[in-house]
Design a protein around this ligand. Sequence first.
Ligand SMILES: C/C(=C\CNc1ncnc2c1ncn2[C@@H]1O[C@H](COP(=O)(O)O)[C@@H](O)[C@H]1O)CO
Length: 246
Amino acid sequence: MAKKPQSYRRGSAIMRGSQIPTETADTKLLRSRRTDPWRVLRIQSEFVEGFGSLGELGNAISVFGSARTSPDSHDYRVAEEIGRLIVERGFAVITGGGPGCMEAANKGAAEAGGTSVGLGIELPFEQGMNPYLNLGINFRYFFARKVMFVRYSRGFVVMPGGFGTMDELFEALTLVQTGKVEMFPLVLVGTEFWTPLVDWIRGSLLERGLIGTADMDLFSVVDTAEEAVDAVFSGLERIENGSGKH
Ligand SMILES: C/C(=C\CNc1ncnc2c1ncn2[C@@H]1O[C@H](COP(=O)(O)O)[C@@H](O)[C@H]1O)CO
């Protein structure tokens, strides 16, 4: 059972004590159908707020990765370095605004004097957004938040992570594979972590014809922060020159 937080954010409201709700807006939406027609307005307002806040952002790269990565770990240091290097190339950094790899990338970006964005999500065990954001937007609905990542990012760096990270990775892959969005660089960081998944994708999905050979080119795998940022920006250059793949 998740521990009850001391304070809770829902949209622009902060709740404490007895006012803390027992379920999130996402949970309610998925449980009850009776009020669905009216919920559309709230969902719509989330898109309006997101588009309104991010419209002027300029070029940005999203960094995904585990919420559980410890600040004294190798992955945290790599994500922090990635945040810094992205900012040094003149791009903003977007993360999920939470702890772990998200915090690390935001820290690197903010401390390098860049734009550090967090797209937070209302969760039952909310810990609040990390302190390294200079633009933070909190979403009630995962799906609205996901649209913002794709709409405002020119590329994606993916650190090791759990279900949330996998969801974000495969959403990005599916959107490019199906041509729903333009090609963007997708770089996985950490060969030791990602190689078993890549081997499974090749040995199982590709082998059975469930994906095409070209789909293996939709992402690349690297080890260091420098390699990750180089891969994103050279991928972007190739896409802009019309030669497409990574
Ligand atoms: C689990 C913990 C905190 C959760 N807080 C989160 N805040 C913001 N974004 C989150 C959070 N948890 C997951 N995400 C999103 O999914 C990805 C990480 O998920 P994973 O399962 O940890 O890999 C991340 O990129 C976020 O966008 C404290 O322990």
